[in-house]
Design a binder for this molecule. Structure first.
Ligand code: ADP
Ligand code: ZN
Ligand code: ZN
Length: 724
């Protein structure tokens, strides 16, 4: 027999370096790269992941054996382990936080099964005994008689208590008297039990692909068959049949033994899509798992195991689904790839779309990115021939794209929220019994300056970024470089005193619309009114059923929804997004307009789209009006390159936190100097500056931006600096 084997282990908690343990003889063969094991460390057992296995080397230390295997199935596939290391370097995150992101808590907890207490009847009572029990302990008698109806079958303790109306103590007493026994039962749920299935049981027939779809599918098939990494942009206007193409590709993959991951921005908003997928792919001899935040722990564990065991080979879900425990997925689809919901806003701050592409690379497989308004990053990669691309430019129902009307709000009555045109259109649609949607791009949380006379907004002279008001200090500030100046009381462009700070919410809009149209039935959807997942569904069902005339909301209502009776879409203030303190503002505005326009007039009736703006000449608005993607891209890309913004560089935002503002200011200054000296060659450093949200939970926050040409170098150096 050869020498012993050792395992390199990354613990879930604590350090970033690995520990080496001997693999005991009896576990040899069961432990592999990706297994979750328990190891003794200073006499405490701790859990971690095996990241490598190698023969024992001579060391001066005496190696300890690892303790045991925690999950029978390996919890990370080799491609996920490689991905974890890549993410650590790329996103400057700890391995620990990455494992936490990749592996569901219920799996990490080590619970192999979901166990529940089951109660069985052990002894039958005589009539006499029962009467006695009834007198002495009526609660126990209730439990006993409930139990009788189950005969030889057991019943879950929780169900028994509920049904009999008795207490926990009554059950315990009967167990003690050995009239009942209890044992643990493994509960397996189907991963289908996910609410979405019952919400939409649609039947859906495969369509014969039209010429454009067919061409896209042919290209995709070739890329699938090559079994090499490829990324493919499927650029198709809304309603052009992209989903149909995905389903053809998925079917092909599953039939040839492969597996697929299908990402959507927000799963609770896509019950229609899930229904369609189930009806089309449900009979291919594999399960389809739906992965979303609403799953219970038990459901999540079951879903996870179906995937890890290979029983299920299709998974549909939001962002975190990109980490599904599938070994080398053959196809990863990212629908609406431009969507901001793919970004996680806590560490590791990853973008699900980027991870999808990189995972496909590691697995030598295909990643399809689909959108009607692709992100500049993706288009840039297409331009550079890194990604392939196919286009679907006509809608499947051949409906004409709606007409986009731009209203210049500078010519409306001062202070007006709704233009005459939009009010008249709303009235007209109501008279005809048709529906309207009004969008407010975002709950205006940051206040931006706007001149009511000339439409001027104030930008940072260094960053081409809108300045944001900070009332307490009476300054306006740039969130990129920290540049600030006193709040002006007149417009710097035309000297008008008629200036205001803009921050406007959906609730206010609802009040205004209701005043103008007293008889309108109005629904509102935003983060305030939609506390629960069910709220979305209820309001949407209400609207779809024709019980509402007007739906008001943030961009969440623009996503992937299909309302045939909507013939008017209004964007109340396109400028809020245009002046958001974010270099992606123009891109977002463009995307928003095209996406919302896609909601108007599906089917027979032609739709109207009204865009209200104070900057009718702004590039994204003009280009969106003419649906001229390519021209918009060209101009926007040139802008980005000029300011060294992505995709021509990569940005890292580094957040510093402290309870003491003084210490934080001092420390970040020092850090910036040090970083400048070490990193000046590879990146441009901006800041430190207070973060947009300056204080969270008593911690002050500062940020530094790194504009990098080589992100790997920079993040490695930052990581190294952090450790010293
Ligand atoms: P997208 O994902 O691009 O918004 P979908 O795939 O949802 O578009 O298609 C829009 C509608 O057109 C759906 O109702 C779908 O069933 C239908 N459809 C898709 N492809 C075809 C086709 N080749 N022929 C007829 N109808 C189609
Ligand atoms: Zn600036
Ligand atoms: Zn002005």
């Amino acid at each position: 027999m050869k020498g012993r084997l050792t395992a390199k282990i990354a613990l879930f908690s604590g350090m970033d370096n690995f520990l080496t343990y001997i693999i005991p003889e009896n576990l040899r063969g069961q432990i592999e790269k990706g297994s979750m094991v328990s190891v003794p460390l200073r006499n405490i057992l701790r859990d971690g992941i095996v990241v490598d296995i190698c023969p024992e080397e001579k060391t001066e230390y005496k190696l300890k054996p690892l303790s045991h295997l925690v999950q029978p199935q390996k919890v990370l596939t080799p491609d996920l382990i490689d991905l974890a290391f890549w993410m650590r370097d790329y996103y400057c995150a700890s391995l620990q936080s990455i494992f936490e992101t990749m592996i569901p808590a219920i799996v990490r907890s080590g619970k192999a099964e979901m166990l529940a207490k089951e109660i069985l009847l052990k002894k039958n009572l005589t009539e006499e005994e029962f009467t006695k029990l009834e007198k002495k302990a009526p609660q126990q008698a209730k439990v006993y008689s409930t139990m009788l109806s189950y005969g030889d079958e057991g019943v879950l303790k929780s169900a028994l208590i509920k049904e009999s109306g008795a207490t926990d103590a009554a059950v315990a007493a009967l167990i003690k008297k050995e009239i009942l026994t209890e044992k643990e039962r493994v509960i397996m749920r189907t991963a289908y039990e996910d609410k979405l299935s019952e919400a939409e049981r649609v039947s859906s027939q495969a369509h014969i692909l039209n010429a454009e779809q067919e061409a896209a599918f042919k290209k995709i098939t070739e890329e699938l068959d090559a079994k090499k990494f490829a990324a493919h942009l499927l650029y198709g206007v809304t309603g052009s049949g992209k989903t149909e193409v995905y389903m053809h590709a998925m079917k092909r993959v599953v039939e040839t033994g492969g597996s697929c991951i299908y990402l959507v921005p927000e799963i609770s908003l896509t019950p229609q899509t899930v229904g369609r997928l189930r009806s089309r792919l449900g009979n291919l001899g594999t399960e389809l798992v739906v992965w979303h935040s609403g799953l219970s722990e038990g459901q999540r564990l079951d879903a996870w195991r179906s995937l890890a065991s290979g029983k299920a080979r299709i998974v549909v879900g939001a962002r975190s689904c990109v980490f599904a425990p599938i070994e080398n997925p053959s196809l990863i689809i990212v629908d609406e790839e431009h969507d901001g919901a793919y970004k996680q806003d806590k560490s590791p701050r990853y973008n699900g779309r980027d991870i999808a592409v990189y995972r496909a690379k590691l697995a030598n497989s295909l990643c399809i990115l689909g959108s009607a308004t692709p992100s500049l990053e993706t288009l840039y990669n297409v331009q550079k021939k890194k990604y392939s691309c196919s286009k679907i430019l006509s809608r499947t129902d051949n409906a004409a794209l709606p007409k986009i009307l731009i209203v210049n709000m500078n010519y409306e009555k001062s202070g007006a929220i709704l233009s005459n045109l939009l009010v008249n259109k709303l009235l007209e649609k109501m008279d005809k019994g048709e529906q309207s949607m009004l969008f407010l791009n975002r709950r205006g949380y940051s206040k931006v300056f706007e001149c009511s006379d000339c439409g001027e907004v104030i930008q940072c002279p260094h960053c081409a970024m809108t300045m944001t008001l900070h009332k307490a200090q009476n300054v306006i500030r740039c969130h990129i470089c920290g540049f600030e100046q006193r709040t002006p009381d007149r417009c710097p462009s035309c000297s008008s005193l008629n200036v205001k700070w803009y921050s406007f919410g959906t609730q206010k809009l609802e009040e205004i619309v209701q005043k103008i149209l007293p008889s309108a039935r109005i629904g509102r959807m935003d983060a305030d009114t939609m506390r629960h997942k069910d709220d979305y569904r209820r309001t949407l069902a209400h609207f779809k059923g024709g019980n509402l005339d007007i739906l008001i909301g943030t961009q969440m209502i623009a996503k992937g929804l299909d309302f045939p009776r909507v013939t008017l879409v209004g964007v109340v203030n396109a400028d809020i997004s245009l002046h958001m303190p974010d270099f992606r503002a123009a891109e977002r505005t463009y995307q928003l307009i095209v996406q919302v326009a896609g909601r108007a007039g599906r089917g027979e009736t032609k739709g109207d789209v009204v865009i209200q703006t104070r900057n009718p000449e702004a590039a994204p608005i003009q280009y969106a009006k003419n649906a001229d993607m390519e021209a918009f891209l060209e101009e926007e890309l040139a802008n980005r390159i000029e300011y060294n913004y992505p995709p021509s560089s990569k940005l890292i935002r580094h957040i510093f936190k402290s309870r003491s503002l003084q210490k934080l200011e001092y420390y970040t200054e020092q850090w910036a100097k040090l970083a400048e000296a070490k990193l000046g060659k590879f990146c441009q450093i901006k800041g430190p500056a207070p973060a947009p949200i300056e204080k969270i939970e008593d911690f002050y926050r500062y940020q530094i931006w790194y504009f990098c040409t080589n992100i790997k170098n920079v993040s490695k150096t930052i990581n190294a600096m952090r450790k010293t």
